[in-house]
Design a protein around this ligand. Structure first.
Ligand SMILES: Nc1nc2c(ncn2[C@@H]2O[C@H](COP(=O)(O)OP(=O)(O)OP(=O)(O)O)[C@@H](O)[C@H]2O)c(=O)[nH]1
Ligand SMILES: [Mg+2]
Length: 636
């Protein structure tokens, strides 16, 4: 006779099952990240998925790349911060994490990947895999996340979908993917038109094939029903109504609005707190929820000091999760208060204490940044992933009213086995064939090592290099000049290598103003033969300010405020104005690329000026002759 099943039988059955069967699945949920090289169409694809899921009314006005909502993102046309959105497809809620494609924001991608169970790897059907494709794929493979390959922009006239798929297979092999990882599904897509298909020339009128493949490939989140609440904070945001928001994915358990929680802090302490507000993503909005279960991505209010990497847990059984580690910074700049003679005239945040407070605030939400003290009490060393990341920080601060002095970007070195090591970048260069020689020459001077060269037969060549990161500072400007603006270049951190020794830097010197005053057309006219100028007549100048690039190697002190001593002043000035070559004003990134040692950039809400670190011409003269004497007496 069969006896009724007792609870202890069930327990025995439960214990005898292999561990993974203990896990429950949330079939009503998927968490996926979209990863790719810059501009391959991630944010555009999120737009299309939102439309596909009916998140907007037919006549609603929605901006293109609606997720790129920061001012700076819209201006630059790139994504800077990873963002979450959610669509409902059938009965399934799909949380989508849109990540930035620019290498400098790789930290955002790494964190985004900890929230999801699979990725859509986007690759441009014409450009193929580029350095950041390699970086994001490597991270996805390390996290053992299933991949759907989305070959996007198949509508491009120069699309070469089949070849690109082969290149992606090669990339998987190159990254030591195992067999199960290499069997990824492929979907072809025109994100701009919101169409997808299983063959490049057979796109359906909507994204159906992509959505179906996603639901099949990206597994539903799993969790242990017996495990107490556990959620890892992977990102921060702020709401004007409820203050700081901790974005987290709930690993196990359920989080209810108003409930008591344990806040496991990064210093090892555990504090009791309350979840005052709970929000979940619905399309572009965050909406309040009463509770959220395992596998869901939520925004939680109630912890004004929470930081990334901390765990939200059950107050009766708190179990902290290990901290997510992201790649170390490889580049640094010095940020200090503005010390130029024009300081305080254009911004309202000029003190060291304001600057320090602002940097501390940035550290909270940006785990890939580090701030270190310097010898000066009013300057700090800020370490990050690359020039753009640091330039974006400076640009944001400048818009907030800060006046700053920004030093030359420098690579960070580290000791490995007692030897000095430096970061090396993987560089992909696309140029018209006729520039292959020029590029080879430029990179040979910079100790670049050619890894591969492919000619697609379209008149363009793709060259893959490994180059010390140090040699790339300031390289872009020269590269663009030498390739007449036609070259395209991308790079991403590859590895640490022993120090490569002396490297060539900018071959030109600077034209330096020798006095305070206003730039005159007369002086500009005479100076433009010596090099190219950054300032125009009327620009406020001071001693030690850089007014242009000297065509020769050394610096030259010049009087850019010189007046013409003639009587018929008016007519001759206008003559000269006509013949003046328009100045080349430098953007913040260009200015940071341009400066050499002993030079820095003055940044205010209204201006970007280049200057010598030492402003006094006399002092610079003494310093340089002392250096020359020292060089002459030390044997080579
Ligand atoms: N022809 C074509 N253009 C596309 C397609 N998808 C996106 N684009 C264009 O590609 C450009 C970059 O698109 P984004 O969506 O901003 O690319 P992204 O990958 O989000 O870029 P980052 O976030 O900065 O890395 C935009 O000009 C899009 O209009 C497509 O399927 N076909
Ligand atoms: Mg984007």
């Amino acid at each position: 006779m069969r006896r009724p099943v007792s609870s202890s039988d069930l327990r025995l059955l439960w214990l005898s099952m292999p561990a993974r069967d203990l896990l429950a699945r949330r079939d009503d949920l998927r968490n996926v990240a979209i990863v790719a090289h810059v501009d391959h169409g991630k944010t555009t694809l999120v737009d299309a998925l939102l439309w596909q899921a009916g998140s907007f009314r037919a006549n609603q006005e929605v901006a293109d790349r609606v997720l790129d909502s920061l001012d700076l993102e819209r201006e630059k046309g790139i994504t800077i911060l990873a963002k979450n959105t959610a669509v409902r497809i059938g009965g399934v809620k799909v949380n989508i994490v849109d990540t930035p494609g620019h290498a400098d924001f790789g930290g955002e991608v790494e964190r985004g990947l900890t929230m999801v169970d699979g990725v859509l790897l986007l690759v441009d059907a014409s450009e193929g895999p580029l350095p950041q494709t390699r970086f994001v794929l490597r991270k996805a493979l390390e996290a053992r996340l299933p991949v759907v390959l989305v070959v996007n922009k198949v509508d491009r006239p120069d699309a070469r979908a089949q070849e690109v798929v082969d290149e992606v297979y090669e990339l998987f092999l190159d990254l030591d993917a195992d067999e199960s990882q290499i069997e990824f599904p492929i979907v072809y897509c025109n994100a701009r038109a919101g169409r997808a298909g299983l063959a490049p020339d057979e796109l359906e009128p909507d994204l159906g094939p992509l959505v179906r493949t996603l639901l099949e490939t990206v597994p539903a989140p799993t969790h242990d029903p017996a495990h107490p609440l556990q959620a890892l904070v992977t990102n921060l945001d702020a709401s004007p109504y409820v203050g700081r928001l901790a974005l987290c994915r709930i690993r196990h358990g359920t989080l209810r609005r108003g409930q008591r929680i344990a806040w496991c802090r990064s210093d090892g302490t555990i504090e009791l707190a309350r979840a005052t507000e709970l929000l979940v993503s619905e399309a572009l909005d965050r909406v309040p929820a009463e509770e959220a279960g395992p596998g869901e991505i939520v925004a939680l209010a109630g912890l004004p000091e929470v930081t990334i990497g901390e765990t939200i847990a059950d107050p009766d059984d708190p179990r902290p999760l290990p901290v997510v580690s992201v790649d170390e910074p490889s580049l640094s700049i010095t940020l200090g208060i503005n010390t130029s003679p024009l300081a305080g005239t254009e911004g309202d945040k000029v003190t060291a204490s304001l600057l320090k407070a602002r940097l501390d605030q940035e550290l909270v939400g940006n785990v890939s940044l580090r701030v270190r003290p310097t010898e000066r009490p009013d300057a700090w060393e800020v370490q990050g992933r690359g020039e753009l990341q640091l330039a974006v920080l400076v640009e944001i601060m400048r818009r907030e009213g800060f006046e700053l002095t920004v030093g030359k970007p420098e690579v960070l070195t580290r000791e490995v086995d007692g030897r000095k090591h430096e970061p090396v970048e993987r560089v992909a260069i696309d140029v018209p064939e006729e520039y292959i020689g020029v590029v080879t020459q430029l990179l040979a001077l910079r100790k670049g090592r050619l890894q591969q060269m492919v000619n697609h037969g379209t008149g363009w060549a793709r060259m893959d290099y490994l180059v010390p990161a140090r040699a790339l500072i300031g390289f872009r400007t020269e590269f663009l000049t030498e390739t007449r603006g036609a070259g395209v270049m991308h790079h991403v951190f590859e590895s640490w290598e022993p120090w490569h020794g002396e490297l060539r830097t900018r071959p030109t010197g600077s034209l330096v103003s020798d006095r305070r005053g206003q730039a005159t057309a007369f002086a500009m006219f005479n100076l433009q033969e010596r090099g190219s100028l950054f300032v125009s007549p009327g620009t406020e100048l001071y001693e030690g300010m850089i007014v242009g690039e000297n065509a020769r190697g050394e610096d030259l002190d010049v009087n850019a405020a010189k007046e013409k001593k003639l009587t018929n002043m008016r007519s001759s000035t206008s003559d000269e104005l006509v013949r003046l070559i328009p100045p080349r004003p430098l953007s913040l990134e260009q200015a940071l690329e341009f400066i050499r040692e002993e030079e820095c950039v003055e940044v205010t809400p209204r201006s970007i000026r280049l200057r010598k670190v030492e402003l006094s011409g006399a002092t610079r003269q003494t310093q340089s002759s002392r250096r020359k004497r020292a060089a002459a007496t030390t044997p080579a």
